[in-house]
Design a protein around this ligand. Structure first.
Ligand code: CO
Length: 145
C-alpha cells in the first residue's frame, strides 16, 4: 500500500515537471515569431529579365540568345576550347563586354537584331560580362578543364 502511494507521487511529480518543461520551452519564443519574416532580399533576378542557369557543361560549340534585355542563359559552364556564340534576338542593340578586359575574355561590337558574336574560351576561369548600353544585363561563362 505504501509503495503504491510512492509510485503515484513520483508519477504525478514527473508529469508536473514535464508540463513545466514543455511550457518553458514553448512559451517564451511565441512572442518573437513575427519579428523576422523571411524576406525577399535573396532574390537576384535582374529587373529586366529572368535569371537562367544551365548546369550542364557545354562543349565544342554552344550559343546564348539575347532576348528581352537579358542573356539567356546568363550563366553557362563550358569546357576549355568551347566556342560560345551570342545571338541578339532583340530590336535593341546589345554587346558582350568582359568585366576585365583580356585577350582571354569576350569583347564584341554592338550587335543589331539577328547579328551574332562568337568567342572561343581557351583558358580556364570565370568570365563575367555585361552589356555596355544596359549594364544591368550581366552574364558569366565558367571555363573548366
Ligand atoms: Co543590352
Amino acid at each position: 500500500m505504501q509503495q503504491k502511494t510512492i509510485i503515484l507521487l513520483v508519477a504525478v511529480a514527473a508529469i508536473i515537471g514535464l508540463a513545466f518543461g514543455v511550457y518553458a520551452l514553448t512559451s517564451p519564443s511565441d512572442s518573437n515569431d513575427m519579428d523576422g519574416m523571411p524576406g525577399m532580399e535573396n532574390m537576384t533576378e535582374s529587373q529586366m529579365g529572368q535569371s537562367q542557369q544551365d548546369d550542364t557543361v557545354r562543349e565544342g560549340e554552344t550559343s546564348v540568345d539575347i532576348v528581352n534585355f537579358a542573356y539567356a542563359f546568363d550563366e553557362v559552364t563550358v569546357k576549355k576550347g568551347t566556342t560560345v556564340t551570342w545571338i541578339n534576338q532583340d530590336d535593341a542593340a546589345h554587346d558582350i563586354t568582359a568585366d576585365q578586359e583580356s585577350p582571354d575574355a569576350p569583347m564584341s561590337e554592338l550587335l543589331a537584331k539577328g547579328e551574332s558574336y562568337s568567342f572561343t574560351f581557351d583558358k580556364v576561369g570565370e568570365y563575367s560580362y555585361y552589356c555596355t548600353p544596359h549594364p544591368y544585363m550581366t552574364g558569366k561563362v565558367t571555363v573548366v578543364e
